[in-house]
Design a protein around this ligand. Sequence first.
Ligand SMILES: [Cu+2]
Length: 363
Amino acid sequence: MEFNLIRCFKKMSAMVIIITVVVFLLTLAACAPSGPQTFSVQVGSEDTTNGLEIDAFLPNYLQVNVGDTIIFSQKTHELHTITFNAPNPLPNVFLNQRMNTVIANPLVFLPSTAVKTTTTGSNISRSVKFDGSSYVNSGVLQTPGDSFAVTFSKQGTYQFNCLFHPSSESGTVMVNPAGSAYYQGQSDITSGVNQALGEYFQSAANFSLNLSVPLVVENADGTHTYTVLAGLGDESQGFDFMYFFGGANLTIKVGDQVTWTVSKNTPGMIHTVTFLSGSPEPDFIIPQSPSSSTSLSVNPQVANPSPSSPLPYSGSGYYNSGLLISNGIRQNYTLTFTKPGKYDYTCVPHDDMGMKGTITVNP
Ligand SMILES: [Cu+2]
């Protein structure tokens, strides 16, 4: 009897241990991610009412596992790319900037060869498998809702860049072996991104307050010359963000001059000052020839000054600065206003982002 009790107790202990081990294994299986995971990275952010644009990847550091996918989601009207293994130095966005035809560099604008594209309405979704070895480029993303999905097949640490905003928009992904514990889950990533965005927009708003007033100088003949900044930025903050004209609504008098100048703090940034005077707005990027959809150029109507030497602006006709490029060939544009009226102008590449202004000319 006594002997049997002990045996029974031993049997029960063994069963308890077995059950505990099974439960433990089942729990482990439930906690481990089931198969490849998907993470999302926000590409830029904007406030078009105030002309605030964040050119950054949010977040700009992630850890994933082999087999996982990152979906990069375009959130702005600004052009962005997601580019892995970009050459050093980074390729120029536009070629032939001194010539009449400014060519859109296909290495920047077009997706690299292995990228697959599907189109839904006005949005494009692109995807690629990345093994760390080749040049991978999303091509241009330009409509909120566009996306680029990258699936990682090899362990390693990889940099990615936006070729349009190299100074502020880059990131790093560390790809760990399949099955590794995760450094962050998507909900941590999202709350980190929301906090960073709040801080970005707050500092952008503070910064814009200081710099949005135009400089004014009185000339010998009693007229005034106003200097308006076209686009602002703060490299020290690690991002460019001002897609507006400093002093967007300016009131002047007949005979006054306005000079628009690009900020030196936003290297490579392109803007235009364009008075449409009622004519339709030209497209910024167009096919180089009607038969070609793969070679693109900047619309010469936008790229080049028109008229070639600005006459006084009297409220009619197409007046365009041509491309104003920070530290580039053309950085200023000046018009003299000769007729009372209220005149709207726009920056063609950043029109959708709210980059517009009005000059009111009083007698
Ligand atoms: Cu602009």
